[in-house]
Ligand binder design. Structure first.
Ligand code: MOS
Length: 737
């Protein structure tokens, strides 16, 4: 392998910085009409009346679509797919309102300005009913979700009561995390175009095949009649892993107007109808012996969902697998609120769950007067304690060790509030990062073309993370071609099917399919050359030949070589083509597959103002084989930066009178900027996982954010002596304590 792993520049980098990369809302289309989404202003109730006369009379207006005139969809617009694959959508099929900012109308006009103007002239009268918006009040009605994301709702191992009794030191603490909203630079956008029964969607989506399937189900048409195109995505983070209401509404509007229609969400519309990270309240009870051995652990997690669908933040997943605690109980419960349905948001459950677990472990270490890292090593799980399976590969001990060394952990005094430099309180904290290694069936096609270049494709997506680049590297190594001579295509549901880019699974699923399809095309190229009497390599034994930079070459006599273009020309000029489908094997039955990491953080807290800065993060990861050192490094930087934001800044503030988020814009929804970020020291062990797939790739989409919020909370405690259990850790919480 030559290119796999190399820090190759993004092959789409130039297109992006020059603005030549086309995003969903940027495709030109003749007769394009523009749609504006109108959303509810109440959190619960019904639409009593709609006066569209003024809006309809405005210039350029083509359609005002409301529940009164929207086409009736099969099954009342309820997808035949179970959530979360088929979300419960708001498709104007009735007059009910379940949350504020829920889609209630679509206005279409010849220009965006006309549509925007008309949308403002729509008069909707609501009949409001009492909304449930207060998490604490709704909590007594919490219910158990049914198999959240296919996992067990509750688990129990050993005897929690016995474990509590054999423990000498106990921790009992509740951790809370706020509602957060995904805010990729590119908001959701769709353009829909009907050609007879065929629907083409340009959509910003994390799954072109899933989107085609979901929209087909909504309309009751074959999935083969829907083509979804998504060559570039300006960030997804989970919110674009589902096809929300606007996608089907856009297609409905296009069908009603008989024109292609574009519908792009406005930034405030990102705060409601397209998912969120829900609020969580996580109660931890832990018992341990004086030497740090865990004897019992209980984790009860409550998160909010909507009134229309159960979606669970699976906070307990990390707790179930991370430590060798013999007696454990974990539970998930849901509180229904009049809010939009929450969804996957980068490392859903692992981000919030690892904050609570790794904060609680730090509290236990403090109570035991034990080094927090030593406590983790004391309870290191040599195999998966919940599933009773060996790990496919776990080098967490090494991550801890390398990280501690690079960070200078041994210089950390045990007592909090013991390092001070003038007005600055300095703290050192650490936590564990982890995320499961997922993988699904994926297909790819490879073609060697008559001009001697290759075209390789898969119906996968590039969220901006580097799929184009890493798959080109994989194809180049498999083919023996230089990457400049490979065109890798993705983001189109007509390519061989690949899974949605969620659950950090794209690299692990797609790279083996690309490798196999490209390897098969290379085998065919070699076979053609060896069988061809006119070829300089004719008759050589197969083990003597290789493909180098697009030439079939003899290893023993390098002078005997034949370029791909000549081989194809002599054999009739037809492209060589191979497809491959790679499925998961039985590795998940035999092994527990997870990635791991260790995060060390230094914080500086102003002793008088309580302001917190993070001058240094040291993180070491065991994520299997790294496909591209540079894009992987960027991916982890993004994750860590988001972890810093989650720890210190990010929060959607809810007005519980009206059910609206008061900071639904990028001025008041705080995320880190460059000035908030200092040194991020990132190391990969780069150790191929022997069981996940042929390339040993586990995927790195989500692990980067995990562990970071807890490491920061633990460092803030170490700096100040103040334990903040409620994210984000803002200065008032540090000062108030
Ligand atoms: Mo990820 S939150 O599964 O896009």
């Amino acid at each position: 392998m030559n290119l796999i792993g190399q820090p190759v520049d993004r092959i789409d980098g130039l297109l992006k910085v020059t603005g030549d990369a086309r995003y969903a809302a940027e495709f030109p289309e003749a007769r394009l009409a523009h749609a504006v989404l109108v959303t509810s202003t109440i959190a619960s109730g019904t639409i009593a009346s709609i006066d569209a006369s003024r809006a309809q009379a405005l210039p350029g207006v083509l359609l005002v679509m409301t529940w009164q005139n929207a086409p009736r969809l099969p099954n009342g617009g309820k997808s035949a797919l179970a959530p979360p694959a088929g979300r419960r959508l708001s498709l104007l099929q009735d007059n009910e309102v379940h949350y504020s900012n829920e889609p209630v109308a679509v206005v279409v006009a010849d220009t965006l300005e006309h549509a925007t103007d008309a949308a403002r002239q729509l008069r909707i009268v609501y009949q409001a009913s009492a909304a449930t918006l207060d998490f604490a009040q709704a909590k007594p009605n919490a219910h158990a979700p049914d198999k959240p994301q296919g996992r067990q709702t509750d688990t129990q191992r050993g005897s929690f009561e016995d474990g509590m009794q054999s423990g000498a030191v106990h921790i009992d603490a509740t951790y809370t995390t706020p509602i957060e909203h995904h805010n990729p630079m590119e908001p959701h956008a769709t353009m829909a175009h009907w050609d007879g029964p065929q629907l083409t969607l340009y959509d910003s989506t994390q799954g072109v095949s899933n989107a085609a399937q979901a929209v087909a189900k909504v309309f009751g048409i074959p999935a083969s009649d829907v083509r979804v195109i998504s060559p570039f995505i300006g960030g997804g983070f989970g919110c674009k892993g589902s096809s929300w209401s606007h996608v089907s509404l856009c297609a409905m509007a296009a069908r009603q107007t008989g024109r292609p229609v574009r519908l792009a969400l406005e930034r405030p519309q990102m705060f409601g109808p397209v998912g969120a990270r829900p609020r969580t309240e996580q109660h931890f009870v832990i018992a341990a012996r004086h030497d740090g051995t865990l004897t019992a652990m209980r984790h009860d997690s409550i998160s909010n969902t909507s009134m229309i669908e159960d979606w669970t933040e699976t906070c307990c997943m990390v707790t179930r697998m991370l430590y060798a605690v013999p007696n454990q109980v974990t539970t998930h419960r849901l509180v229904q609120l009049n809010l939009g349905t929450p969804t996957f948001m980068r490392a859903p459950g692992e981000t919030t769950g690892s904050f609570a677990l790794e904060s609680a472990m730090d509290e236990l270490a403090a109570a035991l007067k034990m080094d927090p890292l030593a406590l983790r090593l004391k309870n290191y799980a040599e195999s998966d304690p919940q599933e009773n399976k060996p790990w496919s590969g776990k080098s967490l001990r090494e991550c801890y060790q390398i990280g501690a060394e690079k960070f200078g952990w041994s210089r950390r005094p045990h007592a909090p509030r013991s390092i001070r430099n003038g007005n600055t309180l300095i703290g050192m904290g650490m936590a564990t990062a982890t995320y499961p290694a997922n993988r699904s069936e994926a297909s790819a096609i490879a073609r060697i073309l008559p001009d001697g270049t290759a075209m390789v494709a898969s119906g996968t997506q590039d969220l901006g993370t580097g799929t184009y680049t890493v798959m080109t590297q994989v194809a180049a190594d498999a083919l023996g071609f230089s990457p400049e001579n490979i065109h890798f295509a993705l983001g189109d549901s007509t390519w061989p099917r690949a899974p949605g880019s969620g659950g950090s699974q794209s690299a692990a699923s797609v790279s083996p399919a690309v490798y196999e399809a490209a390897s098969e095309a290379r085998r065919q190229l070699i076979a053609l050359a060896l069988a061809d009497q006119a070829s300089p390599v004719h008759g050589l034994p197969p083990e003597d030949v290789t493909v180098d930079n697009g030439w079939v070459v003899s290893r023993s006599q390098p002078g005997r070589r034949d370029p791909a273009a000549a081989i194809i020309a002599r054999s009739g000029g037809k492209p060589i083509e191979a497809t491959s489908t790679v499925k998961p094997g039985d590795e998940k039955q035999k092994y527990s597959l997870h990635s791991f990491g260790a995060v060390f953080v230094e914080v500086h807290v102003d002793a008088e103002l309580g302001t917190i800065r993070v001058p240094r993060v040291v993180a070491v990861y065991d994520v299997g084989r790294v496909l591209n050192e540079k894009t992987a490094h960027s991916q982890m930087m993004g994750g860590i930066v988001w972890g810093i934001g989650a720890a210190l800044q990010e929060e959607s503030t809810l007005d519980t009178r009206f059910g609206r988020f008061t900071n639904a814009n990028l001025a008041e929804y705080h995320v880190p900027v460059n000035a908030d970020i200092d040194t991020l020291d990132i190391t990969f062990l780069d150790r191929p996982d022997p069981y996940i797939n042929s390339l040993g790739v586990r995927g790195i989409g989500e692990i980067g954010i995990t562990g970071v919020p807890a490491a920061i909370a633990n460092a803030v405690y170490h700096a100040t002596g103040v334990r903040v259990r409620d994210l984000p850790i803002t200065l008032d919480k540090v000062m108030r304590a």
